[in-house]
Design a protein around this ligand. Structure first.
Ligand code: SF4
Ligand SMILES: [Zn+2]
Length: 241
């Protein structure tokens, strides 16, 4: 039954959830803009996401935003279910997969990302696995949030956990996510310890304001304002008790 943009390939009396496919026009998905199209070539739903500030996983069909990853549920003998996050290979399409002339996960041309997948595909992973599971995967099951490291710098696992729990600069309103420096909330020379819950990621601009111009985050945790030294909220201006 064709309904314009989408098609239901299953007969109406087929058991289970209804699966929808995008309609095929001229041998391709109806949303595929061809080269020369005014708005630009490629997926119209992806383009719409870019033009409206949305993530494309909110505008595209599930399989389209999950590629090249796939979560497969496996039924175990003890009746538990194991979810495996894996490559969306040709076999993910069933028999038709072998007919594709080219497939991205087999071509080194497609492996150009400079960042680990847990960073570059963060929104997709959060949706596919849920926050708790992703944190377990990337920290190998260690509860790094509660680890006290005696060195000055955060361990690799602490950095990942921190990045995952707070991926932008701590200063309220600052959205920078790149080259963050993990700043100790309490001076390390006094505490001699590094804990995830005592680190404040700062972008270079705000880290410079702190180290060069003596600005400081107001007291507290999580996103909060950074103020100049003459501001009454600056921790050094706190009344002595
Ligand atoms: S990404 Fe999906 S919705 Fe977009 S053009 Fe390709 S098949 Fe169609
Ligand atoms: Zn900042």
């Amino acid at each position: 039954m064709a309904l314009g943009w989408t098609t239901n390939p299953e007969p109406d009396d087929e058991p289970g959830p209804t699966e929808w496919k995008t309609t095929v026009v001229d041998d391709a998905c109806i949303f595929l803009n061809r080269p020369g199209f005014d708005a630009g070539p490629g997926c119209a739903l992806h383009l719409h996401a870019m033009n409206t500030g949305k993530h494309f996983s909110d505008t595209k069909p599930t399989v389209c935003w999950q590629l090249p990853l796939r979560a497969v549920d496996r039924d175990e003998e003890d009746e538990s279910v194991t979810s495996v996050l894996t490559e969306f290979g040709r076999d993910g399409w069933g028999e038709g997969g072998e007919e594709f002339a080219w497939w991205c996960t087999e071509s080194k041309d497609a492996f150009t990302g400079g960042e680990p997948v847990y960073k570059s595909m963060e929104p997709e992973l959060r949706k596919m696995l849920g926050d708790a599971v992703v944190k377990l995967v990337i920290t190998k099951g260690v509860d790094v949030m509660n680890v006290t490291h005696l060195g000055r710098g955060a361990t690799a696992a602490q950095r990942v956990a921190l990045w995952w729990s707070q991926s932008a600069c701590t200063v309220l309103g600052c959205t920078r996510t790149r080259r963050l420096q993990n700043d100790h909330r309490y001076e390390w020379v006094k505490t001699k310890r590094t804990r995830v819950d005592e680190l404040d990621p700062l972008c270079k601009h705000h880290h410079d304001l702190k180290t060069r111009d003596n600005w400081a985050l107001v007291e507290g945790e999580g996103p909060r304002p950074m103020v100049p030294p003459d501001d009454p909220r600056h921790p050094k201006n706190k009344p002595k008790q």
